[in-house]
Structures are given as C-alpha cells and as structure tokens.
Design a binder for this molecule. Structure first.
Ligand code: PHE
Length: 434
C-alpha cells in the first residue's frame, strides 16, 4: 500500500523553496570570489552560457524524474531499475557529507551575526578568525547549532516546515540583498566594481575558467545530490519542468550577480584584491565594514543575509536524506531526524576543527574540511549527475518529454543530454580529480 506523499501547496512555494536551495553560500561567497579570480565579466559570460544551455538539462532531468517516479532518491532509482540503486545510495551519502563542511561555514556566520549584534567587534579580524578556529569547542558547537536550526524545518514537514521557512526567509533575503547592493553602489569604488564585473577582458581567457564555471553552476543548482529529485517528487502533475528550471536559473543567477554588485564596490572602495578568496567574507569584508557609514547595521544585515541563504540550502540538503530514511527505510521521522543529526555531527565536528587543532590531520593532502568539499563537489556530485544523465538519456525516453516538454527544442535538449552532457561531465570529473 502506498503512503500518501506530501505535495507543494502551490507552484510559487515550490519555486521559492527550490530557489532557496539553489541560492546559498555558493552565490554570495563562492560566486564572487571565483569570478574575482577569473577576471570578472568574461567569467560571467561563460557562466551564463553554460548554465542556460548545459546545466539546465540535468536540473530539468532531476526534477522530471522526481515528478514522474515519486519518491526519495533511493526509491526512485530502485523503481527505474534495482540495478541502479547504488546511485540512490551515492546521493544519500553526498547529502550527508555536504552539510558536514557547509554547516561549519554556517557556524561561522552565526558567530559573526552575534559579534555585530552585540557590538563586540574585534580590531583585527584575521587574528580573530584564527583564534575562533583554533578553539577546540566553539566552531564545533556553532556547527551543531546551525545543524539543529536547519533540521527543525524538514523535521516539521513539507508544508508547515520547509515551505513556511522559505516563504519567510527568501523574500526578506531578496529585500536585504537589494538594499545592500543599493548601498554598495553609493560607495566611491562602485564604478570600478561594476566595470570589473561587466567589462569583459578577453585576454584573461583560459580553459580552467570553463571548468570552474561548470562546477560552480552545478553546485549552485544543487544538482547531483538528489535534492531536485526530492523537491520534484512533491510536484503536481501539470507543472512545466523546463519552464520551472529556467525560472530557477533566472533567480539564482540574479542573486549571484546582485551579490557581486554588493561585494565588488566595497572591495574596490577599500583597495583590496578581488581575488582575496574564501577569506574575503570572514576577514576582508568585516574589516571593511567597520570603516563604512552605518557599519554595524550593514555588517549585521550582511551576515543575516548569509544566514538565510545557508539555512534554506541546508534545509534542502537535510530533506533529501530525511526522505530516504523515512520513505525507503520506512523509519519514523523522529528517529530519522535523530539519526541524521548524529551522523552529520560525527563527521562535521572534526571538519569544524580542521582549521585549528586538527589542521595537521590530512587526507589526500587536504585538511578534513577541504577533503569533504573535494569529495562531494569534485567526485560524488559529478558522478551522480553523470549517472542520472546517462540513465535518463539512454533508458528513459519518456522522461525527455517530461523534462523538456513537447516542442521544437525537445530534440536538441535530448541530443545534448545523450551525447554532450556525458562527455562534459566525464571531463568535469577527470579534471576535477587533478
Ligand atoms: N546550492 C547551494 C549554494 O549555492 C549549495 C548547495 C549545494 C546546497 C549542494 C545543497 C546542495 O550554496
């Protein structure tokens, strides 16, 4: 006997939650700094082309497979063919491992929100960030608090938990982002910042850029984890998948570009290098914030913005694994939530300490935090994406229509899915292993 599965209460709620999953630290933290590293506007052009013509395909396929087969990732693969169940398990493993490093960053965000709220602002952020991370308890405790907050909503359920959280956080997020971007445009470095973003420098082109853009696009769309399958499985019959995918891509990219408009003027006003990397958000930007007008409120809003972005993505990650426990393994939701909490904690705690007391513990020459990022972003996600593209491309012709509709573009998309995406993804995988 089939259990009654939950459904999105409206199409808009689905779009908001899916955008909530897609828009995350990747947009605000990773996108601007990769773009900075790759010379700005040229990277943006390459990224837009790739996301619109290549990455839209696995996104639509994941949503369509979910909508068609209805289930958590393991159940779906099992329904397609029990031989493919292994890929469902890989999705589950990925959705457990990503929070283990992503939520460490979530913990730092909580800490910085508190700093600016309590007006307890350090004079040297580089030193502060180092001290914070060398503490043997604080980073771990913050990570667990962030995990708890993100787990509450999927635990409550689809309509009352996930939808409600996204329906409140995402609109507030967008308003704050627009306000902060507007504020950044009033600063003296605005012109330079915008030129950096929107004036392409073709001499900076190199092939690594394409790989970085592809990786970023796949990561930001939350593809290759089973999230979009899970979210797609709660869709009603009449939803147009390809249109939904483009809507999602539109908002996700808009947020990434707005984040750039918010960050680069600040960066140029203060003459720091846009290539400052991951430390940009936790060292350079806070330092700059303290020199700006309305500094405390601007900084506090910025970290709330990051917090909303990270929580709404965290919710989707945890829902993908919770759905496996409760549907495929038929566990009670309470038990499933406790199990997930324990699993993530056990791996996330050492990850949270890998900038301090565990910094010498290395796997494949990487700290544990970097190893988790590498194993998921460079290995597991491309494998899971490749699997669904090859399986759907070659074995599930009906899914092509479900994903791409029946119009004159269907054939082109199917061609890309069957022949081009496997090649692209194998390249991403091979080059990513280097
Ligand atoms: N898409 C989110 C971001 O861009 C991150 C994420 C990746 C969330 C993978 C879930 C899964 O930050």
């Amino acid at each position: 006997m089939e259990n009654k599965r939950p459904e999105w209460s409206s199409y808009i709620s689905f779009i908001i939650a899916a955008v909530g999953s897609a828009v995350g630290l990747g947009n605000i933290w990773r996108f601007p700094y990769i773009m900075g590293k790759c010379g700005g506007a040229l990277f943006l052009i390459i990224y837009l082309l790739l996301i619109a013509f290549i990455c839209v395909i696995p996104l639509s396929i994941e949503l369509a497979v979910g909508k068609f087969y209805k289930g958590d990732p393991i159940t779906i693969y099992n329904k397609i063919n029990p031989k493919f169940k292994i890929f469902g398990y890989l999705c589950l493993i990925t959705s457990i491992l990503i929070p283990c490093f992503y939520f460490v960053v979530g913990g730092w965000i909580l800490n910085y929100m508190w700093l600016f709220l309590a007006n307890d602002i350090p004079s040297d952020f580089a030193q502060y960030f180092g001290t914070l991370n060398s503490n043997p308890f604080v980073p771990a405790a913050l990570t667990l608090v962030f995990l708890f907050i993100s787990l509450v909503f999927p635990f409550i359920g689809l309509n009352k938990g996930i939808e409600k959280a996204n329906n409140v956080m995402m609109p507030v997020f967008v308003v704050m982002l627009i306000a902060l971007a507007g504020y950044a445009l009033t600063l003296s470095g605005a012109k330079e910042g915008l030129a950096f973003m929107f004036k392409p420098d073709f001499s900076k082109f190199n092939s690594e850029m394409i790989l970085l853009a592809l990786g970023q696009a796949l990561f930001t769309l939350s593809i290759g984890i089973g999230i979009m399958m899970t979210y797609g499985s709660y869709l009603k019959k009449d939803v147009n998948i390809i249109k939904s995918s483009y809507t999602l891509i539109f908002f996700d990219t808009l947020v990434a570009v707005l984040a750039g408009i918010m960050i680069f003027p600040i960066v140029f006003t203060n003459g720091i290098e846009p290539t400052a990397g991951a430390t940009l958000v936790f060292i350079s930007l806070p330092e700059i914030f303290t020199t700006l007008p309305f500094s405390r409120i601007v900084a506090f809003l910025f970290f709330i913005l990051l917090f909303f972005a990270a929580v709404t993505s965290g919710i989707s990650l945890l829902e993908a694994s919770l759905s496996c426990y409760s549907e495929y393994f038929k566990m009670k939701r309470e038990k499933a939530a406790v199990l997930l909490f324990v699993l993530v904690s056990v791996i996330a705690i050492p990850a949270s300490l890998s900038f301090g007391i565990l910094s010498d513990f290395k796997i494949l020459n990487r700290t544990f935090f970097d190893f988790l990022d590498f194993a998921t972003s460079n290995v597991l996600m491309p494998i899971c994406t490749l699997a669904i593209c090859v399986i759907a491309g070659w074995k599930l012709p009906l899914i092509h229509f479900e994903a791409f509709g029946t119009n004159r573009y269907t054939k082109i998309f199917s061609f890309l899915l069957k022949y081009i995406l496997p090649v692209v993804l194998v390249l991403v995988l091979v080059l990513g292993l280097k």
